[in-house]
Design a protein. Structure first.
Lengths: 325, 325
């Protein structure tokens, strides 16, 4: 295998500080297949980040600017290396890196301790949900042990990716509609911290109150009540307080013994996702026509019951029109 | 196979009106294994109920009494046969039928057009989630095409079972705490109709208002806004209105083209559940030690990554301490 595509060589080089090698390693993970498996295997044990922070919200809520500010706050604080994964499934770019995000985060372009990577979807969204935690581990294993994951909170997979962080920040904007939209997108359930961004606009206080009222009434809360913080990412106002709340949440998880329990749960969830993907993949590859589509269609036509359908899928022996024995 | 345990014979007899045969058929389904598969296969095509109504709420909220009243309302209306499935995973009874429910619903004991069946868990709750939709199909195929499914809304599986109805009624009692508890249990998300039962007690109006406020603020609602109805199941007050709202919801689904779409989605979900259960079952049976427990423990010890773990599970060739190649 040429060194430029050999996961083991890339990992070694990336760990030694070669950013181009790290970029190529992340590309391997993004692309899937055996090299991705090898990269995942190599980085798994070492790939435990100190803190994974998810940042999500509607398009236009100012997530990228906010992420940029949080990088600054993190670098100013403990000074640890920061890895950023910008997950944008809706991007029309296919190169794996989105220029726009790089430009927006250019304030850190010269900081060797900051690595920003955009991931675009290749094929189905589900693949992205599987690749994201692997990419986080690659970043962590290569020394970026604080990882920010930015996603557009508009669909189930995006919400899932953002929710698979240790601490999830949900960004909303002033205006009643935004809080409602966040609720509809399922963002309230995954929020550990709320950021009311663009808080210099009218309605910020009302949005804060709306969120607090929702928290009063409807959240299945445990010991942690998500704080609601106002900020203006464009000017940096309120960012230190937001960053401090993010740190508080991590400290709370640790103190409650929840930090590793949460990670363990996510890992088992990831295994389930991999299992289902592997099985669907096997079915898709099989030459006998036993594909998911045919079998579910037969199920929906009530030609076979769920157990018969499962049988056909698992035996890989479906023929159109065949009935389970 | 003796006729008393032959699914095909039991189905034929049950369809002809033999209630004992229907009871035995449901026992087969509940017990699982090949006879259950055969019973499921036989009843699948004919097992499409006209309307499946889920009724759930906290223990003590008066669900059984309410269900009893709804049976009366249904019988008084179109006069169709009514099947009732009372799912109580926490029951200590192992006989498959819980005397208590039968006694509570004794007003219908002499009505040959009402069939009440209690299902208790045998083994794991997941099994019950798989058996419940099959039991509904058995009831429907045997002529009980209106099926009420009563569950205790206290855990994920129970909520899942209740939510797998065409129309889900969430029962709460007066008092602020109850509405909050319902929210925490995830019942707000699955509710198509709210019933504030025991509405002759203090606080009923406040509970209604709380629910309406939650609906105003936080539900990912589509075109249907769940109505909140007050009733007193013990006296029958408000039951006609509740029954009518349940019918309205069905009519709405039908008019919106959502009725069959929802059922199709549930069927595919059921297939996924069956697939996962089948795979876990295969793994459990395999003699090579490749069980879920060993592999997930190895994963949580970070000895293998999720892909390696999936490989071990799917190949069925796990040996303690072995590493994926």
């Amino acid at each position: 295998m040429p060194p430029a595509r050999d996961p083991s060589h890339l990992y070694e080089t990336a760990r030694a500080g070669d950013r181009a090698a790290l970029g190529r390693l992340l590309s391997l993970v993004e692309r899937g297949g055996p090299p991705a498996r090898e990269a995942g295997r190599l980085t798994f044990a070492e790939g435990q980040a100190d803190h994974v922070v998810g940042i999500t919200g509607a398009p236009g809520s100012g997530k990228s600017t906010l992420t940029d500010r949080l990088i600054t706050a993190a670098r100013a604080g403990a000074g640890r290396p920061v890895g950023v994964l910008a997950v944008d499934p809706s991007s029309p770019f296919s190169g794996g890196a989105i220029l726009g995000d790089r430009i927006r985060m250019q304030g850190h372009a010269l900081d060797p301790e900051v690595f920003v990577r955009s991931m675009a979807t290749r094929g189905h969204l589900g693949g992205l949900a599987l690749a994201a935690p692997e990419a986080v581990r690659v970043l962590a294993a290569c020394g970026y042990r604080l990882v920010l994951v930015e996603t557009v909170g508009v669909g189930q997979v995006e919400v899932e990716i953002a929710g698979a962080a240790d601490t999830t920040v949900v960004v909303v904007n002033p205006g009643w509609g935004d809080a409602i939209q966040a609720a509809k997108a399922g963002l309230l359930e995954i929020a550990d911290v709320f950021a009311v961004n663009k808080a210099d606009r009218p309605g910020a206080e009302e949005t804060r109150r709306d969120l607090e009222a929702m928290l009063d009434m409807n959240m299945a809360m445990g010991a942690w009540r998500p704080p609601v913080l106002s900020c203006v990412a464009a000017t940096g106002e309120g960012i230190p307080e937001l960053w401090s709340a993010i740190g508080d949440h991590r400290a709370h998880l640790e103190a409650a013994g929840e930090f590793s329990r949460r990670r363990d749960r996510r890992l088992v969830e990831e295994l389930r996702g991999v299992l289902v993907a592997r099985i669907e993949d096997d079915l898709r590859r099989s030459q006998s026509g036993a594909d998911w589509e045919n079998v579910t269609q037969a199920l929906l036509r009530r030609e076979t019951d769920p157990y018969g359908a499962a049988e056909r899928l698992l035996s890989g022996a479906s023929r159109p029109g065949s009935r389970p024995g």
